[in-house]
Design a protein around this ligand. Structure first.
Ligand SMILES: Nc1ncnc2c1ncn2[C@@H]1O[C@@H]2COP(=O)(O)O[C@H]3[C@@H](O)[C@H](n4cnc5c(N)ncnc54)O[C@@H]3COP(=O)(O)O[C@H]2[C@H]1O
Ligand SMILES: Nc1ncnc2c1ncn2[C@@H]1O[C@@H]2COP(=O)(O)O[C@H]3[C@@H](O)[C@H](n4cnc5c(N)ncnc54)O[C@@H]3COP(=O)(O)O[C@H]2[C@H]1O
Lengths: 141, 141
């Protein structure tokens, strides 16, 4: 029953739509990216190019790893480096038409998955929170 | 069927046991805590006292928020402040005997939940990844 229901619901029905998703631009300096992450409170967000195509994701861990020197965090490096130099490009991606079964399989290993159309334009993100809420709804109906 | 199965499985069966959980001590300076978080790669970890009792959790966001000055990140503050000054103490907690139904309800809003015994000693953590893997197993059996 659960699988049927997940297989009949699309990623597009549950995802957080692009306009509500915090993101950074591929050419931003790391200092700006870290500011966006700290102010939004998110540990990682999508990276888009100037045409709003999805190019990767970036998180606090990889930024802080870049500036972890031998003796201290070398925070001055943050203004020298750009998002595209450290972002993860090899990321799982879904389309709005994919089913939640595929979504759930990906969310086992990733806290969120980016959704984009066939031309690569960013549509939104599917999160673990959204799928857990859906599973709970299914259980109690 | 799903609810029955989640209701008959205990948190203790799925949790990551304490010895495998990265953590920091309540009196550590923030610089040490941030180092543990960056090196382990985790965005947040439990905080324990010297008797290994659970006292809270701490994450990169709250540490970086502390040092976010008007013009730049004031990284020198990291050696002045301690974990107990910024950690979250008001956190959901489970016991090993709680069922996964209670676990799942909590994981809707938290990426992980700390597990401790009746005397407050830290037993482990229940993660979203663990429950999503279990739900997937249930669906395909
Ligand atoms: N401002 C807030 N208000 C209420 N709860 C909050 C919150 N920020 C974080 N949380 C809670 O913490 C979880 C982990 O957030 P994190 O930032 O590590 O990991 C997040 C973040 O990397 C990304 N994400 C979620 N919403 C986003 C958004 N609107 N824009 C950009 N990235 C987002 O997806 C990951 C998983 O999100 P998910 O919702 O499953 O899980 C979230 C949510 O349950
Ligand atoms: N070294 C690694 N190897 C493989 N995958 C990794 C990984 N580090 C992170 N991940 C993946 O990223 C997710 C989010 O990790 P995060 O550190 O934000 O959030 C983590 C972290 O705050 C905490 N956590 C998980 N395992 C931990 C451990 N052994 N010690 C301390 N905290 C842990 O529980 C949260 C949720 O963990 P969950 O496993 O559900 O979800 C993890 C996992 O799917």
């Amino acid at each position: 029953l659960q699988e049927q229901h997940l297989a009949s619901t699309m990623v597009g029905d549950l995802m957080i739509s692009s306009e509500k998703v915090a993101h950074v631009q591929v050419n931003n300096p790391l200092e700006h990216a870290l500011l966006v992450l700290v102010k939004s409170g998110y540990s990682a967000v999508p990276v888009l190019d100037s045409s709003y195509r999805l190019v990767g994701i970036i998180g606090k861990t990889v930024i802080l790893n870049q500036i972890l020197g031998l003796e201290r965090f070398e925070f001055e490096k943050l203004s020298d480096m750009r998002v595209h130099e450290v972002m993860s490009k090899d990321i799982p991606q879904l389309t709005k038409e994919d089913t939640l079964v595929k979504g759930m399989n990906t969310l086992i290993n990733y806290p969120f998955v980016c959704v984009r159309d066939k031309d690569g334009y960013f549509d939104g993100i599917l999160t673990r929170r959204a799928i857990l809420k859906q599973i709970k709804k299914d259980i109690y109906t």
